[in-house]
Write a protein that binds this ligand. Sequence first.
Ligand SMILES: Nc1ncnc2c1ncn2[C@@H]1O[C@H](COP(=O)(O)OP(=O)(O)OP(=O)(O)O)[C@@H](O)[C@H]1O
Ligand SMILES: [Mg+2]
Length: 251
Amino acid sequence: MITSSVLEVESLTLTAASGEVLVDKVGFSLAAGESLGLVGESGSGKSLTLRAILGLLPRGVEQTGGTIRSKAVSAMVFQDPRGSLDPLCPVVKQVTEVVYYRQKTSLRAARSIALELLMRLGLPDSLATKDRYPSQLSGGQCQRVVIALALACKPGILLCDEPTTALDVTVQRQIIDTITNLQQELGFAMVFVTHNLAIAANLCARLAVMKQGRIVEYGATPALLQHPAEAYTQMLIDSVLPLPELEGGGI
Ligand SMILES: Nc1ncnc2c1ncn2[C@@H]1O[C@H](COP(=O)(O)OP(=O)(O)OP(=O)(O)O)[C@@H](O)[C@H]1O
Ligand SMILES: [Mg+2]
């Protein structure tokens, strides 16, 4: 069988030290350049699933079953932008360091790659002459820096954990548009975790709905939205739709 998948998760089971099963036989696959939306209520196991893919499970959680096969480098965009930046290091320097270590370039080349990436993500040109600390940037700008840090690893798979939840709706929209454009340009595959089914539906060709550690529904986005098999999915749909952009109109 010919397969172009860059990521295959099969029967992934994660268990807490107490013995509680937190993620139960979760499985999905991701083709090169494809986007999968992982949606579901708080505590359903979305972040733990991403962390398992990244190989960075928190203390006290263990993989007790299943396999993760990945053919590409993964990088993660964490939910809290300020928390994932070093407050004591200016941002151009932070991105430069990641490029330097991950892409093995000279420091000079790393800086110019970092600046190009930051400009592409919509950060101000003035950073080239005057670097700034995270505290001197807005929340939206910090989130763009965090995305630049992830992309500096040249990932084949970008794992996004609620990357826009903390931002206001217009900035959310801009950042999602930026991610979409970069994905088309750079061709990375993406697992996009969000509470917001409307965002996932706009961004992802396939959706997986998680509840209490399990995937309860999985399929192509239009079919899943039009004919949800699970009452839980219907509830998610009812709670966010209709949205203006999905109706094709404005307010
Ligand atoms: N280090 C840990 N030790 C024990 N249990 C944990 C640990 N981290 C998470 N959990 C539990 O695992 C379950 C899944 O957590 P996870 O963070 O994956 O949820 P989530 O779907 O990302 O939720 P949210 O939408 O709120 O971010 C939760 O019940 C949580 O309490
Ligand atoms: Mg989470």
